[in-house]
Design a binder for this molecule. Structure first.
Ligand code: 4AD
Ligand code: MG
Length: 520
């Protein structure tokens, strides 16, 4: 296309994003983006362009464009940025379902050799290059799902009449115990980064009725796990005049609504992530089992069944299957390595096989880790002592018995936070609830009814050795028009990890902050 015409297109505002291709079939449009992949064939350059809104194959044909444009197309490197002009053609076979037949190409920047290629990279390398890794297709899909989840959360609470509030990040109050506090200084006074906005949420609920916070929270977790971040985003609704049961009803409706919304809006993303969505579809329609702590422990220890099945036998069966799977994969590796060594296989195919071998080896390593863990999980489940908090592995074993999230409620008060309401009939129990996600994910929500008995609350603050003076304002909520109230906290990244079925929480947030990770 002559430059003049292209400039006209620009004037006509026909620069569109890939996600708008479906509205432009047959039209000439311009699109700006980055070259994520490219291959050449005689007289043809196939560019996979990404522009943040999606991916599209763009074909540059020597016979169609000027010699100069074709030369420029050949010069492109991975992650070079371009403006492409061409005709949008519907093509189901292509990524995104459309293709751009290019007739003009303008280089914005030729990228230097890009460190992340299409071969398998180790996780450490990828984490060091997180700022670039975010451009890859899988990470793009995760960030899109995260965005949709955030949107669905706001939609749910706004439509239910909740008022969004922002809690402070500097605080003098240890809300969730003193062991995970990040200490800092606030104009010469000791302060912490907030672990939870809840206490402020309670104050706002007494002003607004129903509120939710949505903000960053901080926990010093001096260990590397797949579920813990040092900085994570929490959604904390708080409702005046709610009891534990109303709280659990809300949690269930809320989670089902978010899951349904994401299922509807993230089909392409789930395809990229190879996420089997059947289990999510089911969740959107089922009731979440509500299990008392007492019953949960009996199930965990293998004393009580769930639909005729017991934890210990189920885990032993899982172990056998993992071992079989490892054996099968190892055979596959041997087979592929034979082909790589063979002289009759083309180099291209060998590279592809090597990639597959690397992936398989990674998978085997993970399964071996699991095979090593299962016996430990079994023994810790069997020996679980009533009255303790559930550990990560206990949650995995317990949720293995269910394919929907479960709500564990009525906890021993000793393992819960100071603000948790004690059962007046049975003061050993606190009216807390944890939601445990299936597929091995475990706790995604923690919440409960709040203590309204001022004397009991003061007792708890003392028992937890918290400084009374910084809680005076909180006690005021029990002095002036105290009402039953409840709420919960959802860890955004835990939810993203489960919905996307990710192995590790580090991929759920653009720039994770974890023990040992501060850069980039
Ligand atoms: O169970 P937690 O500690 O509860 C609270 O903070 C309450 N104040 C919530 C409330 O009732 N308003 O944390 C709530 C959730 C957990 O269920 C988990 O999903 C997430 O926050 N979470 C973490 N996520 C990532 N990394 C960590 N280190 C997390 N710690 C908690
Ligand atoms: Mg918790």
């Amino acid at each position: 296309m002559p430059l003049e015409k292209y400039r006209n297109l620009k004037k006509m505002n026909k620069i569109i994003s890939i996600s708008e291709f479906h509205k432009e079939t047959g039209n000439v449009v311009a699109v700006k983006g980055w070259v994520t992949n490219q291959r050449s064939s005689k007289g043809l350059e196939f560019i996979i362009l990404r522009d943040g809104s999606g991916f599209a194959q763009c074909v540059v044909e020597a016979a169609v464009v000027s010699a100069e444009v074709f030369e420029n197309a050949k010069r492109l490197t991975q992650e070079s940025s371009v403006t492409l002009t061409g005709t949008v053609v519907k093509d189901e076979k292509q990524i995104g379902g459309y293709e751009l037949r290019v007739n003009y190409l303008e280089i914005i920047h030729i990228a230097e050799e890009y460190p992340i290629s299409n071969k398998t990279h180790g996780i450490e390398f990828l984490m060091e290059n997180r700022h670039l890794w975010l451009r890859s297709k899988r990470q793009w899909a995760i960030m899109k799902v995260r965005n949709q989840i955030i949107c669905a959360i706001h939609n749910f609470f706004q439509s239910e009449g909740f008022v969004q509030m922002d809690a402070p990040i500097f605080t003098g109050n240890a809300c969730e115990g003193t062991t995970t506090l990040f200490s800092t200084e606030f104009y010469d006074r000791p302060a912490y980064l907030t672990q939870s906005g809840q206490l402020y949420g309670e104050a706002m609920a007494m002003a607004m009725g129903k509120i939710y916070t949505f903000g960053p929270t901080f926990r010093a977790e001096k260990s590397k796990t797949r579920r813990h971040l040092s900085e994570f985003w929490m959604i904390e609704p708080e409702m005046a005049f709610f009891d534990l049961e109303m709280n659990m009803n809300l949690i269930e409706n809320f989670l089902k609504s978010v899951v349904s919304d994401v299922l509807k809006n993230c089909k392409f993303e789930f395809e990229i992530l190879e996420r089997d969505t059947e289990i999510l579809e089911k969740i959107a329609k089922s009731t979440f089992p509500r299990v008392t702590y007492d019953n949960a422990i009996s199930i965990l220890k293998g004393e009580k069944d769930v639909d005729g099945k017991f934890t210990i036998a189920t885990m032993e069966q899982d172990l056998k299957e993992v071992e079989k799977e490892i054996e099968k994969m190892n055979l596959e590796i041997v087979e592929k390595e034979k082909q790589i060594a063979s002289q009759n296989v083309k180099q291209n195919r060998k590279n592809q096989l090597q990639n597959e071998v690397d992936t398989l080896k990674n998978d085997v390593k993970e399964l071996e880790e699991k095979a090593k863990n299962i016996p430990q999980w079994i023994s810790s489940a069997k020996n679980f002592e009533y009255g303790n908090d559930l550990g990560g592995s206990d949650e995995t074993v317990l949720t293995r018995m269910f394919d929907v999230p479960i709500m564990v409620y009525n906890w021993p008060h000793e393992v819960k936070a100071f603000y948790m309401k004690r059962d007046s009939q049975n003061p050993d129990l606190a009216k807390g609830v944890d939601v445990l996600a299936p597929e091995g994910y475990g706790e995604i929500v923690g919440g409960g009814e709040r203590e309204t008995n001022k004397e009991w609350l003061i007792g708890k603050i003392n028992e937890h050795q918290l400084p009374m003076e910084v809680f005076e304002w909180y006690l005021d909520l029990r002095r002036y028009g105290s009402v039953p109230h409840a709420g919960f906290g959802l860890g955004l990244e835990r939810l993203v990890a489960w919905i996307c079925k990710l192995k590790h929480i580090r991929e759920t947030i653009p720039f994770p902050r974890m023990f040992g990770t501060l850069n980039p």
